[in-house]
Design a protein around this ligand. Structure first.
Ligand SMILES: *Cc1c(COP(=O)(O)O)cnc(C)c1O
Length: 426
């Protein structure tokens, strides 16, 4: 059991004991603000900036030789970044590559793993995932000539917040060939029991893939144990790779022989890629799922960021994240319940991702009032304010101050000055 106290001094003491404390000054945190939205767009670090500027210098200095100069060697940069990412999910470096965006990586994975037959053609999804995953799945079944109603089995959440693994497993009937689920739900922060899902799917010959967008860089995953067939993720949330940073793709090594369903010249064997043959010779690792030329400037910041993860240790990041989210929940219980607040995220460490889902009937207006006070929260319709105390750059004192600001907004009824209409990006 963790023991917290309500005083500001307690928060300051916790910061003094925080082993990750020094990382905050390596991030550009705007003075006077409390940034609680790192689960939507992680902040820029000096480390990420340095690698991006270096990439520009490399271009200036080397021209075409950026691809092959031994100091730069951007031709194989995706492999280097894959190697730096692999420890975050305990995968082999050869199983991880960095390419395009999450949505396209789902398409790429489905182009390999969705192989419907007359008897087995259904895909299981949940009804709480980020919508782009659904759009990708729906369009893939249509490409194969099926109707969404027939081929996409949506397993509804019992409570509208969490995924119930047993319901997913029950839906794994003989006509199902693939299941795609998120690792952490973007709204409620529920952390799916991926091992349980993967074991059940494997036993039934169903391919299983996970979207790690809301967990990578926040929750360690042990893929050597879970053994999913594929996974995708974005790099601009907890990985702090920058807006539109290139995304990630994991292909379990036992499937390298399947090869990419959507092929391109950068997926060709590196030794023969520049023979420019008309026949595709796929690489024998996740790099085969590369397509066109990699966008170096969308990759370089990730290198700086990934090196910070290696330096800090993901276990330490997770330990702080669990503690600081528990602290925030404690303060909500102690100080905010009387104003009508509650939280919709799991309280159990085993099932909680990296953010707290603060709930209130007036969440739209309160969220706007928070922005007016220099807090950067994240609103999700209709009643959730997501608050992500990112281990790298949010302090316990920030969390204390955040709760103080909320109390003030409620006491003064400041939020009543704001309208209840929602904006376009939220
Ligand atoms: C953020 C997120 C995405 C983003 O997809 P992009 O194609 O990279 O824009 C996809 N899926 C989930 C679950 C996400 O949380």
């Amino acid at each position: 059991m963790r023991k917290f106290e309500t005083s500001k001094q307690f928060a300051i003491d916790m910061d003094n004991k925080d082993p990750l404390r020094s990382f905050k000054e390596r991030f550009y945190v705007k003075p006077g603000t409390i940034y609680m939205d790192g689960n939507s767009l992680g902040l820029c670090s000096r480390d990420a900036e340095r690698y991006l500027l270096e990439a520009l210098e490399n271009w200036k200095t080397h021209g075409i030789d950026v691809w092959s100069h031994p100091d730069v060697n951007y031709f194989l940069y995706q492999d280097k970044l894959g190697e730096l990412t692999a420890p975050l999910i305990n995968a082999k470096p050869s199983e991880v590559t960095i390419c395009t965006n999450t949505t396209i990586n789902i398409h790429k994975a489905l182009a390999t793993f969705y192989r419907p037959t007359k008897e087995r053609y259904k895909i299981i999804v949940d009804d709480l995932n980020f919508p782009t995953d659904r759009y990708a799945v729906d369009s893939q079944v249509k490409l194969h000539g099926y109707s969404v109603e027939d081929a996409v089995r949506v397993v509804r959440s019992r409570d509208g917040k969490n995924i119930f693994e047993d319901d997913m497993i029950e839906a794994m009937t003989d006509d199902v060939c693939l299941i795609l689920l998120p690792s952490v739900l973007y709204r409620s922060s529920y952390l799916v029991d991926m091992k349980k899902i993967a074991d059940a799917a494997r036993a039934k010959g169903i391919y299983v893939g996970f979207d790690l967008s809301h967990s990578i860089g926040s929750v360690p995953h042990d893929f050597s144990r879970i053994q999913p067939d594929f996974a995708v993720w974005c790099s601009y949330k907890y990985l702090n790779g920058g807006p539109g940073a290139i995304a990630g793709l994991y292909i379990n090594e036992k499937h390298f022989k399947l090869g990419p369903g959507l092929a391109g010249w950068h997926g060709n064997k590196k030794e023969t890629q520049f023979d420019l043959n008309q026949t595709f010779e796929p690489s024998e690792y996740a790099g085969a799922w590369q397509t066109g030329t990699q966008p170096i400037f969308s990759m370089a910041p990730i290198e700086g960021s990934l090196r910070m993860f290696a330096e800090a240790g993901l276990e330490n990041i997770r330990a702080k994240s669990l503690n600081i989210t528990a602290y925030l929940m404690y303060l909500i219980d102690e100080k905010l319940r009387k104003y009508g607040f509650s939280y919709g995220n799991p309280t159990d460490d085993e099932r909680r991702g990296g953010h707290v889902a603060l709930e209130h009937d007036d969440a739209i207006r309160i969220n706007k009032a928070l922005k007016g006070r220099g807090v950067v929260p994240d609103f999700r319709y209709p009643n959730v304010i997501r608050l992500a105390p990112i281990a790298f750059y949010v302090s316990y004192e920030d969390v204390f101050n955040l709760v103080d600001i909320i109390i003030d907004i409620m006491e003064t009824k400041e939020y009543e000055k704001y309208d209840g209409n929602r904006g376009t990006v939220a």
